[in-house]
Write a protein that binds this ligand. Structure first.
Ligand code: SF4
Ligand code: SF4
Length: 69
């Protein structure tokens, strides 16, 4: 089961609350997903029904905010 830890994810209420996203490639979680299961509007949302649990988003996240258990 894939999970987002919203305490660790810096994207809050539609904007970055801490890091320089472009420099850190934060948001890469959205771009790397091969099935477009992640959206980042108000907050990061993962459509668990579409997720393949490939781990690509977790690997790219600079804040270790995504885990697969
Ligand atoms: S890369 Fe990580 S910290 Fe950045 S938006 Fe995605 S889940 Fe949040
Ligand atoms: S684990 Fe893979 S398929 Fe699932 S949301 Fe992350 S990148 Fe997309």
């Amino acid at each position: 089961m894939i999970k987002v830890d919203y305490n660790k994810c810096c994207w809050k209420d539609g904007k970055c609350a801490s890091c320089d996203c472009e420099e850190n490639n934060c948001g890469g979680c959205v771009e790397v997903c091969p099935v477009n299961a992640i959206t980042r509007d108000k907050q990061v949302e993962i459509n668990a029904g579409e997720c393949l649990e490939c781990g690509a988003c977790a690997a790219v996240c600079p804040h270790q905010a995504i885990t697969i258990e």
